[in-house]
Design a protein around this ligand. Structure first.
Ligand code: SAM
Length: 323
């Protein structure tokens, strides 16, 4: 099907904020057949049928659509039916409790082949911030897609990998990034389990070349089973410096990893700019620990394959050992 709703489809499947969606791409009024096609491209999409995005998101999407179509004489039944599928038949309180009970939901990124991630609907759950994907990981993903030579033929290690988005992206066969070994690590057992699930979701048909994952707490860096993996060329970390109580552990882990690789390593660190002082403090600590950080250029100008809404600025720095 010629998909004239591809932008809205891409945004819907990764839960891009409803109020910022590309509604202007709809040429109103919509004929009944067009309404049907739009619903088929979003709520009715096979990925959403199999691995649904948040119910509350679907509901908000359809409500916004109904608002836009309010002057239409005829509305296609599929719009009402998709008002969250079976939830359309439920009462408000049933809907609310069903939504609250749904701790995890899915997001799909069309790259253009789909990448599906299961993630938590809350930012903090089970004592970790890592069960949903953060802005900085999306920005770093966009940056790597724009600069594939950074990862080509490299063995990549990620610290604090959360849901596993970056590693899963790097190993997407259709992108042909030719990345070597990818090891995703996180200190949280819940994150490691979620990453394993997400890897399974995305690599069912390619059992030989998928990202590896393991639990690695920065405070216990020397206890990690390094012998089980190849030497790494590139270290990634996204949104890991929001909490200054973790700075010392992270910096010691970085020192350990750089030393282990005789400093033949580059690190890309992506951070959402929430608190300028926290970032500044970390940059100072980096310099004190003998690291040199160079800001990567044009991060905000990267095309957003991940529908990042750019609400928060993200800084990406390249870190090397001072010579
Ligand atoms: C805000 S989340 C970011 C997750 C992911 N990188 C992203 O951007 O979506 C921070 C991650 O760092 C992990 N983390 C925090 N402290 C850690 C530590 N001491 N050792 C290992 N991982 C840690 C958390 O479990 C969490 O997954």
């Amino acid at each position: 099907m010629d998909n004239k709703y591809s932008k809205l489809q891409q945004q819907f499947l990764c839960c891009y904020p409803v109020n910022k969606m590309a509604w202007s791409t709809l040429h109103l009024p919509l004929q009944l057949e067009e309404q049907k096609q739009l619903i088929a491209a979003t709520c009715g999409h096979a990925l959403n049928q199999r691995y649904p995005v948040r119910r509350s998101y679907q509901e908000a999407f359809v409500k916004r659509l109904l608002q836009l179509l309010k002057d239409h004489e005829e509305l296609h039944d599929d719009i009402y039916d998709s008002l969250c599928g079976q939830l359309a038949k439920a009462t408000l309180s049933e809907r609310e409790s069903a939504d609250a009970a749904q701790v995890y939901a899915y997001k799909h990124y069309l790259l253009p082949t789909p990448m599906t991630l299961r993630e938590s609907k809350s930012f903090v759950i089970e004592g970790t911030t890592g069960l949903c994907t953060w802005e900085a990981a999306l920005a770093l993903a966009d940056y790597l897609l724009e600069h594939p030579s950074l990862v080509q033929n490299k063995n990549v290690l990620e610290l604090g990998a959360g849901t596993g988005l970056l590693g899963i992206l790097l190993k997407q066969r259709s992108l042909q990034l030719q990345v070597g070994q990818v090891l995703l690590t996180d200190g949280s057992d819940a994150c490691v389990q979620l990453m394993r699930e997400n890897i399974k979701l995305n690599f069912a048909e390619e059992p030989l070349d998928f990202p590896l994952c393991a639990q690695l707490n920065w405070a216990q860096i020397s206890e990690f089973n390094w012998q089980a993996y190849a030497a790494f060329d590139l270290l990634l970390a996204a949104d890991v410096i929001y909490d200054d109580t973790q700075f010392e552990a992270l910096l010691s882990a970085m020192e350990y990893i750089f030393e282990r690789h005789e400093n033949n390593l580059q690190m890309l660190l992506a951070s959402t700019v929430r608190n300028v002082d926290t970032l500044h403090n970390f940059m100072q600590q980096l310099a004190l620990h003998g690291f040199e950080a160079t800001p990567c250029a044009n991060v905000s100008a990267c095309a957003s394959h991940f529908c990042r809404d750019h609400t928060a600025a993200v800084q990406i720095v390249s870190i090397k050992r001072k010579s």
